[in-house]
Ligand binder design. Structure first.
Ligand SMILES: C[S@@+](CC[C@H](N)C(=O)[O-])C[C@H]1O[C@@H](n2cnc3c(N)ncnc32)[C@H](O)[C@@H]1O
Length: 253
């Protein structure tokens, strides 16, 4: 089963504070810095419930989003319909999808690349980005950054979210696999109404952390030039072991 099926029911609530507008400001600052013409078409690989896609369409871009999880896409489609926004949501695997269409920019945000755990998965996802880009188009992604993960180490966390009469508690415990560059994040989500448990979901998300040299190697293999590896939301800075999330800004060579 796809990991984002049960989790999808709670995604919007868990990440209700995620600032997609600020993230789209960040994306637009990258467009101004590195894309000489004005950006029109954007492909969102691993678009989820459309947080970036919806905001970008509101700002006048034409956006298509691909995701493996039907549940995540259904939520995205519902939101788009409610806001009368036109987005093409496509169910598919970013490791092999072929849309026969080229875009100015491909984005893949919120660690989607980290979900491509095996070398071949990552290479295939990069190739998908490459083949859907016009000449000199940009591929922008963020991922867990290896130097930071090994320096800081993942910790166990919990989050309580309350809305109306419902309360959700999400526990996240992590198992680090240094040799395979992965962390298994074990999520337990419990939904309560007052003291009554309404639902319980367990999912393990295997996430890969990436190192600068391997990003460079994959870029060499798939035809990308690295413009920046900056900390997430901090264009112009160099990502270091202090930055858990790195943003890769690549140009189709
Ligand atoms: C953490 S969510 C991020 C969603 C969205 N980009 C956002 O910022 O809210 C990761 C998403 O990547 C999708 N995903 C992971 N691997 C995928 C693959 N190989 N093909 C398509 N979608 C994938 C999951 O289904 C999930 O919706």
């Amino acid at each position: 089963m796809n990991i984002f099926e049960s989790y999808a029911n709670y995604y919007e609530m868990i990440y209700q504070d995620k600032d997609y507008k600020a993230e789209c400001d960040f994306l637009e600052s990258i467009f101004s810095e590195y894309f000489s013409n004005s950006v029109r078409g954007i492909l969102d690989l691993g678009c989820g419930t459309g947080g970036h896609a919806l905001t970008l369409v509101e700002r006048g871009y034409k956006v298509a989003g691909v995701d493996l999880s039907r549940k995540m896409l259904e939520i995205g489609k519902r939101k788009a319909k409610k806001s009368k926004l036109n987005i093409k949501f496509i169910e598919g695997d970013i490791r092999n999808i072929e849309l026969n269409q080229k875009f100015d920019v491909v984005i893949s945000m919120f660690a989607v690349m980290s979900y491509q755990v095996a070398n071949q998965d990552l290479i295939s996802a990069f190739k998908t980005a490459w083949k859907h880009l016009k000449k000199s188009g940009l591929f922008i992604f963020d991922a867990w950054f290896g130097p930071a993960v090994l320096t800081q180490k993942p910790s166990d966390r919990f989050k309580i979210i309350e809305k109306n009469n419902e309360r959700i508690i999400r526990f996240a415990t992590s198992v680090l696999d240094i040799l395979n560059h992965t962390v298994d994040v074990k999520y337990k989500i419990i939904k309560f109404s007052k003291d009554k448990v309404l639902d319980e979901v367990d999912e393990v998300h295997r996430v890969r952390f990436l190192f600068p040299q391997e990003i460079e190697l994959i870029c060499d293999m798939t035809g990308f030039e690295i413009l920046e590896l900056c900390p997430f939301m901090e264009l112009g800075k160099i990502a270091t072991e202090k930055d858990w999330n790195v943003t890769g800004i690549l140009r189709k060579a």
